[in-house]
Write a new protein. Structure first.
Length: 356
């Protein structure tokens, strides 16, 4: 199958913003991209970059200022409200809800675009409602009121409603905004699995960069006065584009650890990291906290071999190797060296070289 056959939503030379009788305010210009079935695409951008405006435009709530948006090859302005609801399901960031409505009643609303004007659900409609609740893990809460649910359960109920709509595109605005750490990960995992298993295109805006990079098939980055970025997470990170994105606001994205901080990488000492993956990951975390920049090993810098949490080998550029019995002791020694120019520990002879 041609990859273009998988495209379900496309934008061409799209400009987003607001227009009234007196003026036009453009937020983003010349956006061109395609969303494919079976993929989860995350939209990231700093506050004020136009994420919500783009979401509203793709949902048909705001008209494009220029360009066009097509769903299944048809421009969105040509859809009736009922037709559009059968193509696009929307889950907005909104903590307002009726406490007197049950999960089943909420999810059943997703079938309204497919029912007659009376809104009466058929046996098939009820089966789809049940399947949607099972898929999102809220079937056991079917008769519970929304007011009795946790934030995570409530978000899953709204996702179940979107699934019950059986639209090929689901658009969500900040679906992890009110969730705890576990809830954010669970929600992104659910959405990624849903996109793949049900052959849907899911598009969402998000501030949770860590989970977006982990679960998204594609990442869209929009910035003020800069071209849009659109690629796989791996390509954006390894090409340095995510680092550049955060640098525009004085933030530093570490490509080794995936961490974001206010440290300026040009002002910190680089330390090469290799060894046991788990130990190396948390050694990088500690070094970052101590003001260093973890990078891949290379000649001319301090290199750390994270053998285990009880054995950290520090290889100095001059050829000495010093061992430490913990991450904390190694980091403390490196910080002391950074301040005084000397380092203490059990020394050995070893050349500092990158991994082969």
């Amino acid at each position: 199958m041609n990859s273009n056959d998988r495209i379900i939503l496309s934008a061409e030379n799209l400009s987003t913003g607001y227009r009234n009788s007196r003026k036009e305010t453009v937020i983003q210009r010349n956006l061109s991209f395609s969303l494919r079935r079976g993929e989860l695409t995350s939209l990231i951008g700093l506050n004020g970059s136009g994420k919500s405006t783009l979401i509203k435009t793709l949902c048909g709530f705001l008209p494009p200022l220029e360009g066009e948006v097509k769903i299944a090859g048809k421009e969105i302005s040509r859809y009736s409200a009922g037709e559009f609801a059968r193509k696009v399901a929307v889950v907005l960031t909104d903590k307002t809800y009726s406490g007197a409505i049950t999960v089943r009643e909420l999810v059943s609303m997703g079938r309204y675009p497919h029912t007659g004007w009376l809104g009466k659900l058929s046996h098939r409609d009820n089966l789809i409602v049940d399947e949607s609740m099972v898929s999102t893990g809220v079937y056991h809460k079917a008769d519970s009121f929304l007011s009795d649910l946790s934030d995570g359960q409530r978000q899953r109920a709204f996702i179940a409603k979107a699934l019950a709509q059986q639209a090929p595109v689901i658009i969500l605005d900040e679906p992890t905004a009110f969730l705890d750490v576990a809830g954010r990960s669970e929600t992104l995992s659910l959405l990624h699995r849903t996109a793949s298993d049900m052959d849907l295109s899911i598009f969402l805006s998000i501030h949770d960069i860590d989970n977006a990079l982990m679960y998204s098939d594609k990442i869209m980055v929009i910035r003020e006065s800069s071209p849009m970025l659109f690629d796989t997470p791996e390509n954006l990170v390894m090409d340095g584009k995510i680092t550049d994105f955060f640098a525009e606001k004085g933030l530093f994205f570490n490509e080794m650890s995936g961490q974001i901080s206010h440290y300026n990488s040009s002002d910190t000492v680089q330390v090469g990291i290799k060894g046991d993956k788990l130990t190396a990951r948390w050694l990088s975390n500690a070094l970052f906290r101590y003001g260093f920049t973890p990078v891949a090993p290379k000649n001319g810098i301090i290199c750390c071999n994270a053998v285990s949490k009880e054995l950290i080998e520090v290889l100095l550029p001059e050829g000495r190797m010093i061992t430490y019995d913990s991450i904390g002791s190694a980091c403390s020694a490196l910080r002391e060296r950074n301040i005084s120019g000397s380092i203490r520990g059990r020394a050995q002879d070893e050349k500092c070289e990158p991994d082969r």
